[in-house]
Design a protein around this ligand. Structure first.
Ligand SMILES: Cc1cc2nc3c(=O)[nH]c(=O)nc-3n(C[C@H](O)[C@H](O)[C@H](O)COP(=O)(O)OP(=O)(O)OC[C@H]3O[C@@H](n4cnc5c(N)ncnc54)[C@H](O)[C@@H]3O)c2cc1C
Length: 504
């Protein structure tokens, strides 16, 4: 019997995982990817022996990866050579203090009490509460498919949202546990991982620091791209076909169905089912016929963007760890400004990643490959930006801050630089408004059933996988999105050839 043909547009994490789950179930899957490489925001690039993760640098929630690899008939240990980070990261405040976030509880107690004597029991209480939030949210909101609104809005879920403090403000909740501003920042800044303002986000996100400390933060030798490489190889072994430099210019519709996709060169690839891994608002705006839903999508909230520098260094700096967060002097003003669309702050908070600390393969011997992530507002329509100035002033601000931290002459040791601005994210990966963490924000009213669905309402054989649909941003969530959409496809269009033959 002929297999159903699935075309997946985009070889990001969501597209790759959906493809494997589907190929394993007997669908005939082809991935069409715009760029010449797979991975999207989890890709990497190399220059002069230096390797850089383009986007993701932290492997969090390893249990989700473990389960995925098991589902694919292999194991995380066989596919990835992982290091557990300890300290998870160094948080450096402008007043010269440093907090080493550690999953070793005795060390963590010592670190926390440097800031607030006697806060350790409150920290444990906070972590315990976050643990319950995490378990409940995974079971009831994150790792589930929604088929109607009552799957989301029901007595059990409302009770769960109440229990997980989803209706409370994250920063204000941290105030109940910590008196020092430094610790409040330390337990809320993780909202930025999902492109959110910690001062406005729901307290449900308290699960992020909890997960960092319990399940840990890991790093694969070979960089985050090692995950992508393993997925590509598994996909190929199940017969998934890849076509790179194949940008889709439209999704072809016929009545209430989609018939395939049109590539930029005009060629049409027919399909029984299309899974779009490209950013969802971009797909509705650019690839599908006009609809009323587009104006609704355009009114939703978007996550922030970022300026990312990639620096090939001729030496390593012992004063920095693998993951470092530099908190600016006026952190609140800086962060609120990013999310309010204020003018760019030239005293930014930033994150510095130096993978050679655990993975010497990231740079030539004795050298380093450093990336810096500076959160910036997403691109506002009609606003003019002086990108040269934004890049130059931010670069100078980073050097100034490193100098203050005793990390001297950093600039002199840079051999070469690459940089991704919000406009770069938009053009390289087709991310709406250059918003890199979603692109849609993770407000309560944009989560669960309220997040754009992974099945199109009108074109029933069009599905979505990736950070802008359910459950949301981050590599683990994109993995789940691939799994959930494959489950939905099997429910509505069961495979005519239920089980794939053995891996090739
Ligand atoms: C700077 C940064 C840091 C991050 N840090 C972390 C981290 O530490 N840990 C973590 O877990 N997550 C992190 N993330 C988030 C994580 O990288 C993403 O959530 C995840 O990789 C998104 O996967 P996705 O499936 O949504 O697709 P994407 O990565 O967006 O991939 C979509 C693919 O579709 C392709 N595409 C787009 N349009 C078309 C078209 N018309 N035709 C064909 N192909 C098309 C794109 O080229 C792309 O390859 C970070 C992201 C960024 C940007």
């Amino acid at each position: 019997m002929k297999k159903q043909k699935v075309v997946v547009t985009g070889a990001g994490i969501g597209g790759l995982t959906a493809s494997i789950y589907l190929a394993m179930k007997g669908y005939d899957v082809t991935i069409l990817e715009k760029n010449s490489y797979p991975g999207g925001r989890c890709a990497s690039f190399e220059k002069e022996g230096h390797r850089f993760d383009i986007g993701a640098t932290l492997l969090m929630m390893p249990e989700i990866y473990r389960r995925m690899y098991k589902d694919f008939g292999t194991s995380m240990e066989d596919e990835l050579d992982l290091y557990r980070m300890d300290p998870v990261y160094s948080l450096r405040y402008a007043n010269g203090k440093e907090l080493l976030f550690s999953s070793d509880l005795a060390e963590m107690q010592m670190q926390l009490e440097k800031f607030e004597q006697g806060c350790y029991p409150r920290f444990l209480e906070y972590m315990q509460e976050s643990y319950h939030s995490y378990l409940l949210s995974m079971k009831r909101i994150i790792d589930v498919n929604y088929y109607n609104i009552f799957d989301f809005i029901n007595y059990k879920n409302i009770r769960m949202l109440h229990k997980t403090k989803a209706f409370c403000n994250h920063y204000r909740r941290s105030v109940n546990y910590f008196t020092s501003e430094e610790l409040r920042i330390a337990f809320t800044f993780q909202n930025i991982y999902v492109g959110q303002n910690p001062y406005r986000a729901s307290a449900i996100f308290a699960m992020l620091p909890f997960l960092e400390l319990t399940e840990g933060v890991w790093y694969p030798r070979g960089g985050m791209h090692a995950i992508v490489e393993s997925l590509v190889s598994i996909a190929k072994s199940y017969g998934v076909e890849f076509s790179y430099k194949s940008e889709i210019s439209s999704i072809e519709v016929a009545g209430n169905r989609v018939a395939g996709v049109r590539l930029q060169d005009g060629q049409v690839e027919k399909a029984d089912i299309v899974v779009s891994n490209a950013d969802l608002p971009y797909v509705y705006n650019e690839l599908l016929p006009e609809s009323r839903y587009v104006s609704k999508l355009n009114r939703l909230k978007y996550t922030c963007s970022a300026l990312v520098f990639y620096w090939g260094m001729d030496r390593d700096f012992p004063g920095i760890k693998q993951h470092n967060v530099f908190v600016s002097k006026d952190y609140r003003k800086n962060i609120e400004g990013v999310f309010n669309g204020d003018d760019v702050s030239y005293d930014p908070s930033f994150y510095l990643h130096s993978p050679v600390k655990s993975d010497p393969t990231a740079a030539p011997d004795g050298q380093a490959s450093v990336s810096i992530i500076i959160p910036l507002d997403y691109l506002r329509q009609g606003k003019e930006y002086d990108w040269d100035r934004i890049r130059d002033e931010n670069r100078k601000a980073v050097f100034r801050r490193l100098e203050q931290e005793g990390i001297r002459d950093f600039e002199k040791h840079i051999k070469f630089e690459s940089a991704y601005l919000p406009v770069t994210w938009k053009s390289v990966f087709n991310l709406s408004r250059g918003a890199i963490f979603g692109s849609l924000s993770h407000d309560l009213m944009q989560m669960g059933y309220f997040r754009p669905h992974n099945r199109h309402r009108k074109y029933k054989n069009l599905f979505f996988a990736g950070g802008s649909t359910h459950p949301g941003n981050g590599v683990p969530m994109a993995i789940l999105s691939g799994k959930l959409v494959a489950e939905k496809i099997q429910k509505f269009y069961p495979s005519k050839q239920p089980f794939a033959d053995a891996r090739k």
